[in-house]
Write a protein that binds this ligand. Structure first.
Ligand code: RTP
Ligand code: MG
Length: 157
């Protein structure tokens, strides 16, 4: 009892170019579903420079920013809207620490430990807060209906 107050959240997940090239997509999506998330929407995109810079705008002044933009535009990415109770925090926990090489030691069952390589090439993204999730979902999925399904022209992005 009392669980009726639990509300579902949405978060933005992305399989980065190394995740797609490394054929980790099926494993990652099976892990997502087995962990209780619903995949409300997904799209595969080749990000151009401006889109990548807009998505990662918070990091624009960091020394690693040019490398990050080169990496994230190096091939297609698979972007997903995930939904479950506590989705933002639970997806961050599932992917593990940013540095995949450290994750292999400290969080060996995390997605980044199993599919990533190092601090940059870490195979997946997850929104870091509810506020970020809202921004990132609307960044890629501009119009969604009550089920979170696309009703706009975003496939043409
Ligand atoms: P993400 O946003 O992709 O989910 O990753 P995160 O929150 O765990 O890490 P964040 O600090 O937001 O960094 C964004 C992405 O930039 C790359 N990075 N490279 N070379 C470096 O020092 C460095 N630091 C971060 C990673 O791809 C990281 O996921
Ligand atoms: Mg981040």
């Amino acid at each position: 009892s009392g669980d009726a107050t639990l509300t579902k959240e949405r978060t933005l997940a992305m399989i980065k170019p190394d995740g797609l090239v490394g054929n980790h997509t099926n494993f990652i999506q099976n892990t997502i579903l087995a962990s209780g998330f619903t995949i409300l929407n997904q799209i595969t995109l080749q990000l151009d420079q401006d889109t990548a810079k807009g998505f990662y705008a918070e990091h624009s002044s960091r020394t690693f920013f040019p490398n990050l933009i080169n990496y994230i535009t190096s091939g297609p990415v698979l972007i997903m809207v995930l939904e479950k109770v506590n989705a933002v925090s639970d997806w961050r926990s599932l992917i593990g620490p940013t540095d995949a090489s450290k994750a292999k030691v400290t969080h060996p069952h995390s997605i980044r430990a199993m599919c990533g390589v190092n601090l940059e090439r870490n195979c997946v993204h997850g929104s870091d807060s509810i506020k970020s999730a809202a921004r990132e979902i609307s960044f890629f999925f501009k119009k969604t209906n009550s089920a979170g399904e696309n009703v706009s022209e975003h496939d043409e992005l």
